[in-house]
Design a protein. Structure first.
Length: 278
């Protein structure tokens, strides 16, 4: 699926941009389907917001979402009492984290033609999809995502974490596109997010912060697939524009690696991680 040059580029930079991977009609179909899901959510279900930065002590609503489909609000969409200040469809930060196994439309998108081959090409002998997220990056209030690598949050021994990031809408510096540090996947690991005894989670950090010099914006049209090495530092700025920046992401690990019991995301034995084959 990938050329030798693309694989070399991925290994050098820690990311690879594949424009036109998904037909735009398919992106539109997923957006329309997701609009339907948003219409059916009950805002009374939760006041949990998703923000990054700080110690990131997540609540049970978040920690129980590894085998469900739950929604998380944008911080700026709630007032001091936890009431929505805008229509729910324009207030959700993201959906997660098991759409790829629970929702037929997401399942078929996540297991579309070509992805298993791409996963194989970037080095996954036996890929498992551990999580899916639909990220809205809402107009005006889409929250910043602090510079991080995905392995900190989805740890494996040895490191075998990779991301697939699908632009469902055009992503630009105006509406909060991804930024990445080319080659930064070769820097040492400097953080780990995990469950802590007694409940909740914490982000432990050590060593030097990632350098921000050299970060590049990944401005991409809808239909682009961005592959991300689990060690690659990346993030995104707030969206202060009038345009949303919807994206769908999958995170993969290799079945041959160990998934620690204190990773935040856990599945019950009867609902294990699966790969790309039905
Ligand atoms: Fe990430």
């Amino acid at each position: 699926m990938l050329t030798a040059e693309q694989i070399r580029s991925f290994e050098t930079d820690g990311f690879l941009v594949l424009e036109g991977f998904v037909p735009t009609e398919r992106c539109e179909r997923l957006r329309t389907h997701t609009e339907g899901l948003l219409r059916r959510i009950d805002p009374a279900e939760s006041t949990t917001v998703f923000t990054t930065g700080g110690t990131q002590n997540r609540d049970d609503y978040f920690l129980e979402s590894g085998d469900r489909i739950r929604f998380f609000w944008e911080a700026e969409a709630l007032d001091g009492e936890g009431n929505l200040t805008r229509p729910k469809e324009l207030a959700v930060n993201k959906l997660g984290h098991a759409m790829h196994d629970l929702d037929p439309e997401f399942e078929s998108f996540s297991r579309q033609e070509g992805l298993a081959e791409v996963a194989h090409d970037i080095g996954l002998a036996e890929p498992l999809i551990v999580q899916s997220m639909y990220i809205f990056k809402q107009p005006g209030i889409g929250g910043e995502v602090a510079l991080h690598n995905d392995h900190s949050f989805l740890w494996t021994e040895p490191m075998s974490t990779y991301g697939m990031w699908f632009a469902l809408e055009d992503a630009t510096t105006e509406n909060g596109c991804l930024w990445a540090l080319p080659g930064g996947h070769k820097l040492p690991q400097r953080a780990r997010f995990r469950r802590v005894p007694g409940g909740g989670t914490a982000l432990e950090e050590w060593g030097d912060p990632y350098p921000t010099d050299g970060l590049v914006p990944l401005e991409v049209p809808a239909g682009t697939l961005v592959l991300l090495d689990g060690m690659l530092p990346h993030g995104s700025e707030p969206n202060r524009s009038e345009r949303s920046r919807h994206a769908y992401t999958l995170h993969l690990i290799d079945a041959g690696s160990e998934w620690p019991a204190d990773n935040w995301l856990q599945r019950p034995p009867e609902f294990p991680f699966r790969g790309f084959r039905p």
